[in-house]
Design a protein around this ligand. Structure first.
Ligand code: AMP
Length: 274
């Protein structure tokens, strides 16, 4: 595995590759969720590039940029053992200059839900994903459904900017109790971890309601809120289509049910695609 820390090192490392390139962008502190993306990309491509970059432009003032978990040694080992060809770990100076040209999230879909709670987050996210996709020269890039709105916006960016890369959607990986894996879960103590299960429980409640024939969005949301009493604060419960347009009724095969809530220190998100 070649570790590239600068753009030149990445381009030199890419010279050693021939054939299709699978790419998995991450912010590190790798867990089994990341690993599932890496393993799928390894299987489906001749070459595999993984990036680890905690992107400052997608953190808002007061968010956990400095405290974001970093596990460089373990991450390198995981990538090495997973058959990664190039691990790209740039510093901020390699990725940005001052007075940059910026692309922005769309005015509606980029500013609802996560975008409403974290205004500007998606601008920074799209900016870095555009850079990373261009740098990697990926044939296929792998993203988790865990960050559903992020994924929808990346797919829109690829479509709107006619980018030549296939976006592969990967399933959410959970622990044995149902908690969606996240680098930020390390902030949870035992009691909070237990209470955090309310998020996936609310999604299970939604599934049960839909399976019982309930398609009304407001009724399903109400049912979900009832099982979210263990969280410290619900930020939103939402039901949208795959492009993040609002729905009045669940459309089987084109619906995402989302929940965001605070439990202790971290803000957690989870969702279900039906
Ligand atoms: P992050 O390091 O949090 O930026 O995540 C990097 C990629 O891993 C993103 O595409 C995430 O959606 C994906 N990811 C994070 N957690 C999970 C999970 N529990 N299951 C599947 N994919 C995940």
């Amino acid at each position: 595995m070649i570790i590239a820390k600068t753009i030149d090192e990445l381009y030199n490392a890419k010279q050693t590759l021939s054939g299709s390139i699978g790419f998995v962008p991450t912010m590190g502190a790798l867990h089994h969720g990341h690993l599932s993306l890496i393993q799928q990309a390894r299987k489906e491509n001749e070459n595999l590039i993984v990036s680890i970059f905690v992107n400052p432009t997608q953190f808002l003032e007061g968010e956990d940029l400095d405290a974001y978990p970093r596990k460089e040694v373990a991450d390198k080992k995981i990538c090495e053992l997973s058959g990664v060809d190039i691990l790209f770990m740039p510093d901020i100076g390699s990725m940005y200059e001052s007075d940059e040209l910026c692309i922005g999230a769309p005015a509606i879909r980029g500013y609802i839900l996560e975008g409403e709670k974290r205004p500007g987050h998606f601008d920074g996210m799209l900016q870095v994903v555009m850079k990373l996709l261009n740098l990697s020269g990926a044939t296929k890039a792998y993203f988790g459904k865990k960050d559903a709105q992020q994924l929808a916006l990346i797919m829109q960016m690829v479509k709107n900017y006619f980018m030549d890369v296939e976006i592969v959607l990967c399933e959410i990986v959970r622990d044995d109790k149902g908690l969606a894996l996240s680098s930020r879960n390390i902030y949870l103590d035992a009691d909070e971890k237990q209470r955090a299960l309310a998020l996936s429980r609310s999604l299970k409640r939604a599934t049960k309601l839909v399976m019982a024939g309930e398609l009304n969005v407001e009724a399903i949301k109400k049912g979900m809120v009832n099982v979210l009493e263990d969280v410290d604060e619900i930020e939103y419960v939402a039901i949208v289509d795959r492009e993040f347009n609002a729905l009045k009724e669940v459309k089987i095969g084109n619906t995402i049910i989302l929940v965001a809530a605070w439990v202790g220190k971290p803000r957690l998100i989870d969702n279900l695609w039906i």
